[in-house]
Every structure is written in C-alpha cells, then in structure tokens.
Design a protein around this ligand. Structure first.
Ligand code: 5GP
Ligand code: MN
Ligand code: MN
Length: 317
C-alpha cells in the first residue's frame, strides 16, 4: 500500500530492529540514500543492519559507513521489525528478499516501481532517493549530521549528474544548499566520485572508439566486451560520451556480464527509455534506464537496438 512520507517515518520510528537494503549494481544514490538514512538514525539506539547483494564501487569513499555493508548469505534468515529498501523495487535486491523476514517499506523514485511492497513511498519526481531521505528527515524533524549530509549530497550529485540533468529542481538545489551549510565539501565529493584508475581512463578511450551511430544518427551504441570490461574497473559514466554526441537522442552502452548475460545502460535527451527498458525486462527513469538481457553481447545488441527503434517510432507515431 502507498504511504505518506510521515507514515513512512513513523514506521521507521516504531521499528527497533531494521535492515536497510538497495539495488544490485550499486551507485551513488542507492548507497547515499541508504547511509544517509543510517546516519540520520544514529543515536536512536536502533539495531540497524545494512545488507546488499553486491560489491560496492570504488568511487564512493567520501561516505562514512561503507564498512557496515554485509552480503546476505545463502540459507541465512534475519528476522527484524522492518526491511527498508531504497532506490529500488523488490525485484532488484537479490538474495536480501529471501534472507530478511520483515514487512517491507519501499522508498523510491523510479517511475517503473510496481508498488507491490507492504508500504510504498514512491515519488518519481524526486531527483534521487537521497532527496526523499532528505525530505523524510525534514518531515520527521530528525537531525542531520555531517555524515548524513555528505551521503545525501552524494546521492543528489550521482543521480542529477552533479545538478545537470532535467530532474534537478529548485527543491533539489535548496536541499543541496542546506547540506553545504551543514559542512559538506562539494569539491571533495566530485573529486572522489570522478577519480579513476589510469587503466580505466585508457579504457574509456577504447570504449569511445566502439561507438556506432544508428537510426539516422539518433542512436549511439557503445560496446564493452569482456576484455574491455576487465581493463576498466569502473564504466560508470562511459555512456555519457555517447549521449553527448550532437544529434543523438538515445545513447546505449551494452556491457559483457557473462557469456549469456549482457547489462544494458540507456540515456536519452527526450525519448522515454524507462519504457524501452521495461520492454526488455528492465526499468528505470525516463532519461536513464537499464536492463539485463540474458543473451550474449551480439544477440543483445540486436534486441536492444530493435527495442529502441520500436520505442522511438512509437513516440513519433
Ligand atoms: P544505469 O544505466 O546507471 O545502470 O541505470 C540507470 C537507471 O536505470 C538507474 O536508476 C537504475 O536503477 C535503473 N536500472 C538499471 N538497470 C535496471 C534493471 O535491470 N531493472 C530496473 N528496474 N531498473 C534498472
Ligand atoms: Mn540507483
Ligand atoms: Mn536513484
């Protein structure tokens, strides 16, 4: 059922033993919103665990609390009062779903969210789930501290492309301003966020080299094969090179995950890529979405290109 922000806050206040979790393929917003909430609840004497069924990326060291992350173990059962899942729908939390026995509170901003969790607060207009956590802290009169503020600010930056994308609103910037007043260091956050290894920067060059244009130059496709993936420890943001090409509306990066598993990342300037991603089993936002296609890279390429062309033709019909 859908709940208000206040009701979501009351559910958290009532629960003593809480597990926080989020989506696999973690990013600055899901880690930022999770740890932002964690730090805001510090001092409440709650027993809070953070479970994530994936490894963390290496560009989030500006946030305190990464060491609190644990992976769910097969066969493990955790009973608690509330499982809060942030920046995700129930289908992308991996084994956390089987391990944790508790009612689920879902805080999210994905337009594709199916709202099937026990309690859902989904605001597709929120720039980031971290922005929802910011609003929750304000609504409940909880206290910000520098750790919470840093995590929430990182989440805002991650999902708005450092306040460049169309999801950036006056509210987002007012929230960011308040977080800076608390002491967040914006230069430090962007430095840590964008830092890459030498090999990853070189790999970005090779990834750019793979870009091909389709559909009269409106689609740009980048391919990260197995070898390229191994030399680029972090491909976050690579798809933006394709998106920035003049005349391109939809940029897509397809990336080797396993022999029959391909990860898809889409970005757009106007087309609804969330719908296109949903048509191939994924989801996301109107201008940033993704999916996992259980085919090899070259088969996935055809499936993804067809889905994008179909989506673009539908919008123009
Ligand atoms: P990215 O391309 O950065 O991996 O993902 C872009 C957006 O789409 C993110 O908000 C992410 O949560 C969402 N997304 C990516 N992959 C999937 C997927 O397989 N399923 C769903 N539902 N959303 C996804
Ligand atoms: Mn996310
Ligand atoms: Mn998000």
């Amino acid at each position: 059922m859908e709940v208000t922000l206040k009701q979501a806050g009351e559910l958290i206040e009532k629960a003593n033993k809480i597990v926080l979790s989020s989506h696999v393929n973690p990013d600055g917003d899901n880690v930022g919103s999770t740890l932002g909430l964690y730090h805001a609840l510090k001092g409440t004497n709650k027993d809070i665990k953070i479970l994530l069924d994936d490894d963390l990326p290496d560009n989030l060291g500006m946030m305190e609390g990464l060491d609190l992350y644990q992976k769910p173990q097969d066969g493990e059962i955790i009973e608690c009062d509330l499982l809060v899942i942030l920046d995700v729908d129930v289908d992308r939390i991996g084994r956390v779903k089987d391990v944790v026995k508790a009612p689920i509170l879902n805080l999210d901003h994905h337009i594709s969210n199916t709202k099937v969790s026990d309690y859902c607060y989904v605001d597709a207009k929120a720039a980031a789930t971290a922005q929802i956590v910011y609003s929750l802290i304000k609504e409940m009169n909880w206290q910000f501290n520098l750790e919470a503020a840093t995590c929430i600010y990182t989440g805002l930056c991650s999902d708005t492309g450092f306040f460049c994308y169309s999801n950036t609103t006056p509210y987002t910037l007012k929230a960011a301003a308040e977080l800076l007043e608390i002491g967040v260091k914006p230069d430090k956050i962007s430095e840590v966020f964008y830092q890459r290894s030498f090999s990853s920067v070189k790999a970005a060059g090779r990834a750019i080299d793979t870009i091909e244009l389709y559909h009269d130059g409106k689609i740009a496709l980048m391919i990260i094969d197995k070898a390229l993936k191994e030399s680029a420890d972090n491909t976050e943001g690579f798809v933006n090179f394709a998106r920035n090409i003049r005349g391109v509306d939809v940029a897509v990066m397809i990336k080797y995950a396993d022999d029959e598993v391909t990860r898809v990342s889409m970005r757009s300037k106007s087309v609804n890529v969330s719908e296109i991603a949903q048509s191939i089993g994924g989801g996301g936002h109107i201008r940033a979405a993704g999916a996992t296609v259980y085919k090899n890279l070259m088969e996935a390429k055809d499936i993804v290109l067809n889905a994008i062309i179909k989506g673009m033709n539908k919008e123009n019909a």
